[in-house]
Ligand binder design. Structure first.
Ligand SMILES: [Zn+2]
Length: 140
């Protein structure tokens, strides 16, 4: 379990790495990030296990929730998942180690249409920011 102490890179050095890669124009996920994306991408992580999702109420039926809803979020994660939270910038590796889950994919369209597989329809968020944003949307 776990990595030896001293393994963890500082956020600053990760930021520098990312900035360097972006400048070179060949930014891509690190091997570790790829690994986490592939682990979480196949749905082994029950990411919404303890969370009462607002989408489970209302007119949508259970079959859609169990099938399409999770499937489409996983698909969006694989396509548009980032290795940082788009709101607060927390790093995926740190987040995964603490929470044992990937980031949430937040559907931007209103009303929500999970079938739109375009970058503009999805935001990659940690659970804290996802909760905040969902609350704002619900209050509107
Ligand atoms: Zn965040």
């Amino acid at each position: 379990m776990g990595r030896p102490k001293g393994y963890k890179r500082s956020q600053e050095s990760i930021d520098k790495m990312v900035a360097t890669r972006k400048r070179r124009g060949n930014y891509c996920h690190t091997d570790e990030t790829k690994k986490i994306i592939s682990i979480t991408g196949i749905g082994r992580i029950p990411w919404n296990k303890n969370k009462k999702s607002p989408q489970t109420s209302g007119e949508k039926n259970g079959r859609w929730i169990g099938g399409g809803y999770i499937y489409l979020h996983n698909l969006a994660w694989k396509k548009f998942g980032k290795d940082y939270c788009e709101e607060c910038g927390i790093n995926l590796i740190d987040y995964y180690k603490e929470n044992n889950r990937r980031f949430d994919m937040h559907c931007m369209s209103n009303p929500k249409d999970y079938t739109i597989m375009e970058q503009s329809n999805w935001m990659c968020l940690c659970k804290n920011d996802h909760g905040k944003i969902d609350q704002e949307v619900n209050e509107q």
